[in-house]
Design a protein. Sequence first.
Length: 165
Amino acid sequence: MAEGEILFCAFHPNVPTTLRCNRCGRPICVRCAVQTPVGYRCRECVAGQQALFFNARPLDYGIAAVAALVLGLIAAPLVAALGFWAIFVGPLVGSLTAGAVHRLIGRRRGRWIWLVASGGLAAGLLLWRLPLWLASPFLLPRALWDGVYLAMAISTVIGYLRFWR
């Protein structure tokens, strides 16, 4: 770049800049720049790098859903019997579900695997409990403990599959 040359952002043509992406070299403005450990990059280069990180196949999402649904159905009667103590079972079920899903999909990482597994757990509990709630409205206060269990289990699944792995 020549000393007096004015660059304009590749994504915002009216914004002058002196900043360049350290990967592709495109001029980028402050709004487009993403700070990484190795310097500033444009959003396209960051998205391309993140796409390499997620390597799950489409079938993995189905496997995750079925596995979480089955484990949710297995855990639902236990949660129904425990009441208050379900708050201690939630993290256990969540970590078992996340670990099983992670192993069943071949330890691959998917952008939305955590969401699919969480939905499977919730669906398992709802399939078990919804007929009981509809048949007897007096059981609705027990739904509080079901909700607490679900919050604990899902937060563990999210922590394990989204942030830890």
